[in-house]
Design a protein around this ligand. Structure first.
Ligand code: DON
Length: 307
């Protein structure tokens, strides 16, 4: 009997989900993100042997937003090792991505590096560590993607800065506990820029391939993280990548993943591939409605899961 290939399964699932009604709202709290065409839908899977298959708008760039938090954590963890965890924890928050509630009780130590408070602390670590944080972070992302055309989107960063009251509150609160070392404006500037990076699904799935290959880039052979560090980043994606919907993503999809309010989701099938989906309409938890639906159907059809 003919068994479907990955690309046939991808194409079938894409067709199926495209025919379903699409729910949700495009993010509007960052005004620039509202300008996107809400009906865009793309997906790309890259295997550790470097073969890729894509569907729909897989080569159109979008704002990766919180997906970048995995890359900033990777760079900080690479430099600092376990000492990262003195300033940020690895527990699921069970709250929205921009919540402040735990910080007061937990003395300014964010629950994990993927909620905004945690990502701001990681950004502060990088501002302390790197000579030119914006330049060096972008170089790191370009190295992972093998693509020097990847860049920040200054308009999106400025748009978030202009309306970023919540992140200003979070970072000042963190600073009051002594968990921000640098000037808050400088850290916010860096954070808003890393969230503003634009990539397409093809580039994103390529970028995350090292996490499907024990921390080593399977194409260049370059070691990005140790095997043990790679396990831990995947574990944090699995438990904290979807905020108060992390349980739902584990239940429906069963792979480590990370979402962004630009409508992107990246998931990693360790030992096999990385997959990126983009559809801008978000569910109430701020995760792509169609992206989650696609990954649930694809992993159910193929039987792929870490469980
Ligand atoms: O800080 C923010 O609110 C945004 N730059 C990123 C939030 C985000 O992507 C949450 N993810 N689903």
């Amino acid at each position: 009997m003919h068994e479907n290939t990955l690309s046939e399964n991808l194409a079938e699932t894409f067709k199926e989900v495209s025919a379903m009604k699409n729910y949700g709202e495009v993010a509007s709290y960052i005004p620039e993100l509202q300008l996107v065409d809400a009906d865009k839908f793309g997906v790309c899977l890259t295997s550790i042997d470097d073969s890729s298959c894509g569907q729909g708008d897989c080569n159109e760039r979008f704002s990766i937003q919180s997906i970048a938090k995995v890359l900033s954590l990777t760079l900080a963890f690479k430099h600092l090792g376990r000492s990262c965890w003195e300033r940020v924890d690895v527990e699921p928050a069970g709250t929205s991505f921009n919540s402040l509630v735990h910080l007061e009780y937990e003395s300014g130590i964010p629950r994990n590096p993927f909620i905004n408070s945690g990502a701001l602390v990681v950004s502060d670590m990088l501002v302390s560590l790197l000579k030119d944080p914006k330049k060096e972070f972008l170089e790191f992302v370009r190295l992972l993607a093998k693509d020097d055309s990847i860049d920040y989107d200054d308009k999106t960063a400025a748009s978030e800065y202009a309306e970023g009251y919540r992140n200003f509150a979070v970072i000042n609160f963190l600073r009051s506990f002594g968990n921000i070392e640098n000037d808050v404006e400088e850290v916010l500037h860096f954070y808003f820029h890393l969230c503003s990076i634009k990539m397409n699904c093809t580039q994103l799935s390529r970028t995350f391939l090292f996490l499907a290959h024990g921390g080593k880039d399977p194409i260049s052979g370059e070691r990005i993280l140790t095997r043990s560090q790679s396990k831990r980043v995947n574990a944090i994606m699995m438990t904290c990548g979807f905020y108060d919907e992390a349980g739902e993503f584990a239940y429906e999809v069963g792979l480590p993943g990370k979402s962004g309010v630009g409508g992107g989701i990246v998931a990693v099938n360790p030992g096999s591939y990385s997959i990126a989906v983009w559809s801008p309409k978000l569910n109430p938890q701020g995760n792509s409605y169609r992206g989650m639906k696609f990954l649930e159907k694809f992993t159910t059809k193929t039987g792929h899961s870490i469980f």
